[in-house]
Design a protein around this ligand. Structure first.
Ligand SMILES: Cc1cc2nc3c(=O)[nH]c(=O)nc-3n(C[C@H](O)[C@H](O)[C@H](O)COP(=O)(O)OP(=O)(O)OC[C@H]3O[C@@H](n4cnc5c(N)ncnc54)[C@H](O)[C@@H]3O)c2cc1C
Length: 310
């Protein structure tokens, strides 16, 4: 069967895209191998009506809602390859099955690389986070660490200072903050520590201390850490779209990439702020744009041309 759309990635972006496509009676398959970026955390915040929800529960509800729409099905497997031939897409799943689709929505998200600090993964998603809008409220008024090895340190510290005044920036041995910036930060009570971190210390994911190269330990009750971002899936070579300087897939306001028929939404665009609600909203927009193109194509067919639904 020729699908109207293949949605790759079943996080909030892909789920919402599939929801809007299903409600628009578009034959859709949603592919998801369930390795979302927020798998490390137990609570997601900031999505109205879903504040504090377990991310897996969010996904379960999303999939349950999709089951109401007979034109949508879910393939719980990874897509290995997408190729475009004669204006249509072949989507090859890891099980070997190949699906044909008129349009593709990429909602594959991104992956984070945390700084190379012993035990950092034990605390990430439990008491160390990446985004204060997501988890700042839960850490408010605590003595916090800002761990960042580049200029993001200053930006992050300024932002987080609204949730806690007890901030120390740890640059893990990197000299990335100028004297003028240090003076400005000091005037607001923010300390900069440039020693190398030898370990993070704490129990059950709760950060208690940061151990430094000179064996001193600094008390901290959680914090924020800056990570590097890269695409969770790489289809750019086959589909011919290009990544922007930040490594995100570039789109217009309708989520169209530069490759006709390919749309991208959610974290995969690496556009700065990233949240569930933003990803879901972009998914909805991508679906509306897919639908608009399918409608245009239907009404531009000459009389007598074959016309499947859409
Ligand atoms: C520690 C942490 C805490 C966070 N807390 C919050 C919070 O409190 N509130 C908030 O709003 N946001 C939070 N976020 C951010 C939030 O997780 C992301 O913004 C959101 O998940 C982006 O949704 P997405 O659908 O774009 O991508 P994702 O949720 O990452 O989903 C992408 C999906 O695509 C799948 N996929 C990728 N490649 C393929 C492929 N080739 N084939 C099939 N499937 C594929 C992945 O397995 C995954 O399931 C947090 C992030 C982290 C890391």
């Amino acid at each position: 069967m020729l699908l109207d759309c293949a949605v790759i990635g079943g996080g909030p972006a892909g789920l919402n895209a599939a929801l809007v496509l299903g409600r628009s009676r578009r034959k859709t398959v949603l592919f998801d191998d369930n390795k979302p970026r927020n798998a490390v955390t137990q609570e997601s915040h900031g999505f109205i009506t879903r504040d504090g929800i377990d991310p897996q529960e969010f996904k379960r509800i999303g999939q349950e809602e999709l089951s109401k729409y007979p034109d949508v099905s879910i393939e719980r497997q990874r897509v290995q390859r997408i190729t475009k031939v004669d204006g249509q897409f072949s989507v090859e799943a890891e099980g070997g099955e190949v699906f044909q689709a008129k349009k593709v929505i990429l909602a594959t998200g991104f992956k984070e690389a945390l700084p190379d600090i012993p035990r950092v993964h034990e605390f990430y998603g439990k008491s160390l986070f990446g985004c204060p809008f997501c988890d700042g409220w839960e850490l408010k008024d605590r003595p916090l660490a800002i761990i960042a090895e580049d200029q993001k340190a200053v930006h992050m510290a300024k932002l987080v200072s609204n949730w806690s005044e007890g901030l120390i920036i740890f640059t893990n041995g990197h000299q990335v903050i100028s004297s003028a910036e240090k003076a400005l930060l000091a005037s607001k009570g923010i300390v900069v520590n440039e020693k190398k971190i030898t370990s993070l210390i704490g129990k059950e994911g709760q950060l208690e201390k940061i151990q430094l190269e000179d064996q001193t330990e600094v008390l901290r009750k959680g914090g924020f850490v800056a990570s590097e971002w890269k695409q969770a899936a790489t289809f750019e070579y086959d589909l011919g779209y290009q990544l922007n300087e930040q490594g995100g897939i570039e789109t217009d306001r309708m989520q169209r990439t530069k490759t006709p028929g390919v749309f991208a939404c959610g974290d995969t665009r690496i556009s700065g702020a990233s949240q569930l609600i933003m990803a879901a909203s972009e998914g909805s927009m991508a679906a509306i744009a897919v639908n608009a193109e399918l409608v245009e194509e239907k009404f531009s067919e000459k009389p007598g041309q074959q016309n499947k639904k859409g």
